[in-house]
Design a protein around this ligand. Structure first.
Ligand code: NAD
Length: 512
């Protein structure tokens, strides 16, 4: 594959520090050896900075401060005033779009345009949340009793803990935080241990927005660390909602722990997304949609396309075209404008990819393109790979798993029922797509796909913030971002007001 050269770690570190300084992070707390967390870059695999890892006391202090701020000020601040904080954050994000994008590329390995796109999502959700701050509507419901009003009102929930994954280090935080803040909640954020610098930059911008708009400083706090820090947030009864994004494995630990204390949980977990390509499909669209969704972000999106379910009449044509497009993909330094595929996040992801390819081959799969490591000489501690396409005879166990790397499995079908069965035959249920010009097929797919996101004639990745985002089955059932996802961040009260002189009981019950 064509490749682009890798810059040295020092140069990347300087660029990160400059972006951090412009965002207002100028004194990074260096920790004693015991409490260290290293910021690293997958571009070279090198360490950039040593940061302080949150201690048990830090977690307790953060929750205490967030809880106090919620109780004493934030929940009583009018929602449009809370919106002013988010509006200012949106302005600062516009100003620092490319600083944050640099940090996203440096820590998560995303290419320039995808990193900038991720920051654009933050800006968009701030606009959305600002509008929402004047639209936290309840319903008025017809009462069965005369002289009574029945209605719903929505109230702030409390402290929201946001736990995020490495691959969307800023957008997922902003979906949760912008909405939670206008809903009147305070936020404690535990970012991925792989992306601490982007988290510090976001926190600095939000602190500045708070100072400038008169919001309390403790409406938002960030705690750097690994799963142990996450678990403390999960177990603390003062945390009203745990919104956690990451692997199904993480969700299986977090969900039951929050449930055990009868807390609320919003889970956004792994996907194993598929697109069905019907014989009537516009193949130009299908090829472009497939290549971006499957190879983009080096296959490291929760919505990455992992399974292509193709009608046997078009299978050969479309796979040939996809293979030809894959051969042109430039792999390498994500900070280089010409690169289309950046690095995997680390060695574990690379091992998982290699093992999945070996298993797929053992199951009778044929690797049509890609799968090799590249740039190993230039960057021995980084993991660049050629995105792979594998033709599979059946949907074997490895295909039914989410391997967080750029592997696209191609399966064929004869009848549309077969396609739907293959499509829904996995445990995850995040994003799905059909490419067809047949309206009945499109409608059937919209009705039958068991995912939270169901698309027609576009790929599985790259959702807009206006809709609710999330998935079913092992993906966890949570919804974030637009539409009415805000309701997860508030509590609903049903109110009955009697403005008559009588006291009629519901259902005609008589008493006294
Ligand atoms: P991960 O599960 O390893 O980590 C995610 C976050 O959870 C990190 O902050 C981590 O420290 C924390 N964590 C891990 N174990 C925990 C525990 N026991 N208690 C509390 N916190 C814990 O995931 P990752 O490798 O960073 O991200 C990739 C995964 O995330 C993929 O499976 C991807 O599909 C998924 N993802 C899902 C969505 C979505 O919206 N559905 C979005 C992005 C990523």
């Amino acid at each position: 594959s064509p490749t682009s050269a890798i810059p040295p770690t020092d140069e990347i570190g300087d660029r990160a520090e400059a972006a951090l300084a412009r965002c207002g992070v100028d004194h990074l707390t260096e920790a004693g050896a015991a409490g260290r967390l290293y910021a690293r870059t997958p571009i070279t695999g090198g360490a950039l900075l040593a940061l302080a890892h949150a201690t048990e006391r830090d977690v307790d202090h953060a929750i205490t401060a967030a809880h106090e701020t919620f109780q004493t000020t934030w929940r009583d601040t009018p929602a449009p005033e809370r919106g002013a904080l988010v509006r200012r954050l949106g302005d600062l994000l516009r100003e620092h779009k490319y600083d944050l994008a640099d940090l996203v590329s440096i820590e998560a390995g995303k290419i320039r345009s995808e990193a900038a796109g991720e920051v654009q999502e933050m800006i968009d959700i701030c606009d959305f949340a600002l509008g929402l701050s004047r639209q936290l509507y309840g319903r008025t419901i017809a009462s069965e009793r005369p002289g009574h009003r029945l209605m719903e009102t929505w109230h702030p929930l409390g402290v929201v803990s946001v736990v995020t994954a490495f691959n969307f280090p800023v957008a997922v935080w902003s979906w949760n935080t912008a909405v939670a803040l206008v809903c009147g909640d305070t936020v404690v954020w535990k970012p991925s241990e792989m992306t601490p610098l982007t988290a510090l930059a976001c926190d600095a911008l939000l602190s500045r927005a708070a100072a400038e708009t008169g919001a309390p400083a403790n409406v938002h706090q960030v705690l750097l660390g690994g799963p142990d820090v996450g678990e403390r947030l999960v177990d603390d009864p003062r945390v009203a909602l745990v919104s956690a994004t990451g692997s199904v494995r993480m969700g299986r630990t977090v969900g039951p722990r929050v449930a055990a204390r009868l807390g609320r949980c919003l889970l956004e977990l792994g996907g194993n997304n598929a697109a069905v390509v019907a014989p009537s499909a516009d193949l130009d669209l299908a090829v472009r949609g497939t290549v971006f969704a499957a190879a983009g972000t080096a296959g490291q999106r929760c919505t990455s396309l992992r399974r292509l379910i193709v009608h046997e009449d078009v299978a050969e044509t479309i796979t040939d075209r996809i293979v030809a497009a894959y051969e042109q993909l430039r792999v390498g330094d994500p900070l280089n404008e010409d690169t289309l595929v950046g690095p995997l996040v680390g060695e574990r992801a690379y091992t998982a990819m290699r093992e999945a390819l070996a298993q797929a081959t053992a199951d009778g799969g044929a690797v049509l393109v890609g799968g090799n490591r590249c740039l190993e000489q230039e960057a021995p501690d980084a993991y660049y790979v050629e995105p792979a396409v594998v033709r599979m005879p059946v949907q074997s166990a490895i295909v039914r798993e989410e391997t967080f790397a750029p592997i696209l499995y191609v399966l064929t079908y004869r009848t549309f029922d077969e396609a739907i069965e293959l499509h829904n035959g996995v445990s995850q249920g995040l994003s799905s797509a059909v490419f067809t010009r047949d309206q009945r097929e499109a409608e059937r797919f919209l009705a039958m796909s068991d995912c939270g996101i169901v698309n027609v004639n576009i790929g599985t990745s790259g959702a807009e913030i206006g809709g609710a985002f999330g998935g079913e089955k092992d993906t966890g059932g949570g919804r974030e971002s637009g539409s009415d996802a805000w309701k997860a961040y508030m509590r609903r009260a049903t109110n009955t007001v009697n403005y008559s002189d009588e006291l009629p009981l519901a259902q005609g019950v008589r008493f006294l």
